[in-house]
Design a protein around this ligand. Structure first.
Ligand code: BGC
Length: 388
């Protein structure tokens, strides 16, 4: 069970309403409303913006080092994967890591060399292939449940990871925490991030650092973020809208995305009739009704689900002088491949149109780009992401 599953099982109602409104693509126009402590930096050439020039088109090495034990999800990674990524046109790779599974007891929370031995070659191979590389802390469920009780461990992990990689080239980026949620709200994470950033700065004065807002890196949460006045911090967000399409048939959303056979973009060629046995909430039935009837430009399974969000990112980034990275987006392989390719194409175009660098979920697991069997991208994916 991953963190998304746990959260969804604990607060299904909240999750449903959140996902439904995402699916409808509702987002307000940007007006600056972050707390006053969030000072605009007034720069577009800061070290953070310079780092973003090499973080434009990325792939997540998902379901690998963050799963415990490593290999549980049957994903395999070799040096060849990094060469293939580079050849395909990616410029960076995001490597989720479950450091917390390898941390000993407090107060030192000593990280076992075992996980460094697995992470180091991935970092080295990325850089050797000309890829920038982001490492994070992923699925730190205890932090989401009780951030206050876990802050010391969180900081100790970053102290050790930062010291371990302090001599790496600038192409290595630290992302503090993947998808904080539950008790790890943006307001709770703001001061914890500030502490982690000043701790990391002791050993890595010039490293690019990423922070994610709460509600799973939610775009709607950007307005609650307070980032210290450090000019090498990038803000990372996730976008899986429309969630019913991108997560169709996923087991870890605990019944909130049970419809399969949804296409992108809608409407479908024949009206979609959900199984009456599913007992769908009213909002989902309404979504299906609109999916069946509205033209593509108004369809909830269409670009309307994310285009205004990308514009919001652009405006927020410009106002606050903090670059934004779209650290995860993607569609599960339970959807048909043509629709998946359409989705990846539409969202990456929408992000690029607003000057937002992106990173797909994922390289070779459940949302894959790369087919290990053929050693080729899945049909339509290369064209979708790189137009070739
Ligand atoms: C999670 C994955 C999940 C993906 C899509 C990621 O943040 O780590 O486990 O497959 O989101 O839901």
């Amino acid at each position: 069970m991953n963190s998304k599953t746990l959260f969804l099982s604990l607060s299904l109602t909240a999750a449903l309403s959140c996902h439904q409104s995402r699916a409808e693509g509702v987002v307000t126009n940007f007006t600056p409303q972050n707390p006053p402590e969030m000072q605009p930096l007034g720069k577009t050439d800061s070290p953070a913006f310079q780092a973003m020039r090499h973080l434009q088109r990325g792939a997540n090495l998902g379901d690998y080092l963050e799963s415990y034990p490593v290999g549980k999800n049957k994903v395999t990674v070799s040096a060849e994967d990094f060469a293939a990524m580079r050849r395909e046109g990616f410029d960076h790779v995001r490597i989720p890591v479950g450091w917390q599974h390898y941390a000993g007891p407090g107060p030192d929370f000593m990280i076992s060399p075992e996980i460094f031995a697995k992470a180091d070659p991935l970092v080295t191979n990325s850089l050797a292939n000309g890829l920038s590389v982001i490492i994070n802390i992923h699925h730190f469920d205890e932090l989401d449940r009780d951030p206050t009780a876990t802050t010391a461990e969180f900081l100790q992990i970053w102290k050790q990871v930062a010291e371990h990689y302090k001599d790496c080239p600038g192409g290595l980026v630290f992302e503090l925490d993947n998808e904080p949620h539950q008790q790890a709200t943006t307001a709770v994470m703001n001061p914890i991030y500030a502490q982690a950033i000043s701790l990391i700065r002791e050993s890595n004065p010039r490293r690019t650092i990423m922070v994610e807002p709460g509600k799973w890196g939610g775009i709607d949460e950007l307005q609650n973020l307070i980032v210290p006045a450090d000019d090498n911090v990038v803000v990372s967000v996730h976008c899986y809208n429309p969630f019913l399409f991108t997560h169709q048939g996923a087991s870890w959303t605990h019944g909130s995305t049970p419809l399969t056979g949804l296409v992108f973009p809608g409407p479908p060629s024949k009206p979609y009739v959900p199984d009456p046995g599913l007992n769908l909430p009213k909002k989902t039935l309404q979504w299906v009704e609109e999916y069946n009837t509205l033209p593509t430009e108004k369809n909830p399974s269409g670009p309307i689900a994310f285009t205004s969000r990308m514009k919001f990112l652009h405006d927020w980034q410009a106002h606050y002088g903090r670059p934004i990275h779209l650290g995860e987006f993607g569609a599960y392989t339970k959807g048909d491949q043509q629709s998946r390719a359409n989705y990846y194409s539409a969202l990456r175009h929408a992000a690029e149109a607003q000057g937002i660098g992106w990173c797909i979920w994922d390289w070779n697991s459940g949302f894959r780009y790369w087919d290990e069997k053929t050693q080729q991208p899945l049909p339509g994916m290369r064209e979708a992401l790189f137009g070739k």
